[in-house]
Design a protein around this ligand. Structure first.
Ligand code: MF3
Ligand code: CO
Ligand code: CO
Length: 331
């Protein structure tokens, strides 16, 4: 493949076994075809600061997360603060979703999310977390997660995940959803719907005194039933005063050795399955953030922040406005 080629692809593309249009002399199928239809990164705009009156998480200035062994079971007072942060995240995600349309750039969505957070006195948690330079993650088509907003206009037929996390009152709330851009093909629509169902199967497996591995088991069973893949490299996480708790991971697949933690009332964590049309394996772009499916097939995700209660679960980022076709209150 000629990575240096600056020739634009022609209007009519060659057949698989014909010579590639770029003049490399290789077969089209072994040269440029694998890249066509893939997401290409646009320009990334400069860092946008957050005004000084907004409370900042500990990593906001250094980019380095200070990790500590935060209790897994939260006090009622922390839970109330998390409920508020989560409600703010839900509002911002719902409003950001209304912007999704062909021609809109993910950078424009980032600016909107940034301003919506500030209006609510929230710090957009992704900003400078581990050196990430934007206020939301925008993951298009084969991008699994952590896509960086850029100048690429959304195209009719794309699917895009917006992942919003807000920090206020010293705690985080984290939620995401996948949206349709214009007219989306049936296989992608089904992927998005089954992914939402997978998240709800996981949420409905939350109950006290059960191992946390019940969640991944429920998710994986449902994905398998629909012949879809479950991404393993990215997982749900304990959340609270820290964006990602260092010692609590929520796998979205079953692993008898992992996830032996027993769920207890007062625990808070996210459930955020990433489901694929093809392989579950991923690759990273050179930016070291953007994760894509190894085969370039599409992938979708939904996420909620969950509280374990005395008899089940509470969806802290849930409510009427939640973007989720299969939410219990919409069924
Ligand atoms: N919100 C993502 C999650 O669900 C994490 C984004 S980390 C960032 O865990 F640095 F990319 F923002
Ligand atoms: Co998230
Ligand atoms: Co999360």
């Amino acid at each position: 493949m000629d990575g240096m080629s600056t020739v634009a692809p022609p209007q009519t593309l060659p057949q698989a076994n014909d010579a590639c249009w770029c003049g490399s002399g290789r077969k089209y199928k072994r040269c440029h075809r694998p890249l066509e239809g893939r997401v290409v990164q646009g320009e990334i705009s400069p860092y946008r600061p957050v005004p000084a009156h907004i409370e900042r998480p500990p990593y906001a200035d250094t980019g380095k997360a200070v990790r500590w062994n935060e209790p897994l079971v939260k006090s009622p007072e922390i839970i109330e603060r998390m409920r508020h942060a989560s409600t703010m995240a839900l509002e911002v995600l719902t409003l950001a979703g209304t912007m999704v349309a062909p021609g809109v750039t993910t950078d424009e969505i980032d600016v909107y999310v940034h301003d919506l957070c500030i209006e609510r006195n929230c710090y957009p948690s992704p900003l400078n977390y581990g050196g990430y330079r934007k206020s939301v993650c925008t993951s298009v088509n084969e991008v699994i997660c952590h896509g960086i907003p850029d100048s690429r206009p959304l195209q009719d037929g794309d699917i895009v995940n917006l992942d919003v996390t807000t920090y206020i009152g010293g705690v985080h709330g984290d939620t995401n959803a996948t949206f349709f851009v214009g007219d989306v093909d049936p296989a992608s629509r089904r992927l998005v719907e089954v992914t939402d169902e997978c998240m709800w199967k996981g949420i409905e497996a939350v109950r006290p005194d059960r191992p946390i591995s019940d969640i991944g088991k429920a998710i994986e069973d449902h994905a398998k039933k629909h012949h879809l893949g479950v991404v393993k490299a990215f997982v749900g996480h304990g959340i609270g005063e820290q964006f990602h708790h260092p010692n609590l991971q929520i796998l979205h697949y079953y692993d008898s050795r992992g996830n032996t933690v027993i769920m207890r009332p007062g625990m808070t964590f996210t459930i955020e399955p990433m489901i694929t049309l093809g392989t579950w394996q991923h690759k990273m772009w050179d930016d070291d953030w953007t994760a894509v499916t190894a085969d370039g097939k599409r992938t979708a995700q939904f996420e909620h922040t969950i509280l374990v209660t005395d008899d089940g679960y509470d969806v802290l980022t849930g409510g009427e406005g939640a973007v989720s076709p299969f939410a219990p209150w919409k069924r």
